[in-house]
Design a protein around this ligand. Structure first.
Ligand code: DAH
Length: 336
């Protein structure tokens, strides 16, 4: 019996050596350890072994069964490892990787970040207000009478409850003054909405950058200095600008700001509206605050509103405002 166990052990070693696939290993397991396997059959003969030899033969048989189990497992792992190595045999780590596409900041956002940084340098902080506004904040408090064309249903998106989508960011001026006493030095960038025909220079949603500076001695000279500083930061020192008299209900005097930049064009381009805050605006703020903090006899201020999309188009040479919302990667990736 001992002899048979020895032979079986040798035979198993030979079989194992010649088995190089997981299937042949499985066959080997069945052949040795399965129901009709060599080891199983041999175990059944244990009852014929004389009692004094049983412990020795039994232990030898158990040892062989365990060895076979261990060897089969080991060989399976070796085969799997070899297969994995073969799979990577042709892998060339020196090849360039697959390009990983990454997004970029939208040109309007890039420009806004620059504009905010420029105004921060001269002490302006950021303010914001809701895009769904009341008529009071968007028009009444800004000295815009009920029959003003801007309030027309054809120009403004009204909600059923009488509120509206703000037609400009100037409404934030009122909110800031209601909530804070002077002095004020804020910019308020954000979207605004008008029922415009959509074309190369108009969208129903566009972006503005509002500014407001209020204090005891704020003058038109301060307004001009601030605007000139900002334009030089954005367009470079050779930018020219002119203040063209204009009309806005909420400022007096009022101007439109045109710029001309040699790198861009010889033409004057309209970029913003501005002016000295109208006393009627301060009165409306006083009334709603219930105090005289913004008494127009002691307080002055200037305000301005830039069209951010137009600024972007001028600065970046974008011919059609619709490109800013089409999400065409060929366009957007030029600004990454
Ligand atoms: N709100 C004006 C517009 O949308 C722009 C503007 C003009 C803003 C003069 C101002 C200002 O703050 O003082 O056309």
């Amino acid at each position: 019996m001992q002899e048979i166990i020895h032979q079986l052990s040798d035979q198993f070693k030979a079989d194992l050596n010649s088995s190089n696939t997981t299937e042949s290993i499985e066959n080997l397991r069945i052949r040795y350890l399965g129901k009709q396997g060599h080891i199983t059959l041999l175990s059944q003969q244990m009852r014929n072994v004389p009692p004094d030899q049983k412990p020795i033969i039994g232990s030898a048989l158990n040892q062989l069964r365990q060895t076979i189990l261990d060897q089969l497992q080991l060989k399976t792992i070796q085969i799997q490892k070899a297969a994995e190595a073969a799979r990577y045999a042709n892998f060339d780590p020196s090849l360039p990787g697959y390009p990983f596409p990454h997004g970029s900041i939208h040109p309007i956002s890039q420009l806004l970040a620059r504009a905010v940084a420029a105004f921060r340098r001269i002490g302006f902080s950021l303010a914001s207000g809701p895009e769904i506004e009341t008529e009071f904040h968007c028009f009444d408090a800004l000295n815009t009478p009920p029959d003003h064309p801007a309030r027309n249903e054809l120009d403004t998106f009204y909600l059923p409850d009488g509120r509206l989508l703000r037609t400009h960011t100037s409404s934030v001026q009122i909110r800031v003054m209601q909530q804070n006493p002077p002095p004020i030095r804020v910019i308020a960038p954000g979207p605004a909405y008008r029922r415009d025909e959509i074309d190369a220079t108009h969208l129903a949603q566009f972006h503005q950058l509002e500014g407001l500076c209020v204090g005891p001695d704020v003058s038109l000279a301060d307004l001009k200095g601030t605007i000139l500083f900002f334009l030089r930061e954005m367009f470079g020192p050779s930018v020219q600008c002119r203040f063209r008299p204009h009309y806005f209900p909420f400022t007096e005097p009022s101007f439109e700001i045109d710029i001309r930049s040699p790198q861009i064009s010889e033409e004057w381009m309209e970029l913003a509206g501005c002016g000295m805050v109208h006393p009627a605006v301060f009165e409306a703020v006083c009334n709603s605050r219930g105090d005289r903090a913004y008494d127009p006899d002691t307080i002055t201020g200037f305000a301005f509103g830039f069209g951010l999309d137009r600024l972007a188009m001028n600065l970046l040479g974008i011919p059609d405002i619709r490109m800013l919302i089409e999400n065409d990667l060929r366009f957007l990736s030029q600004f990454s």
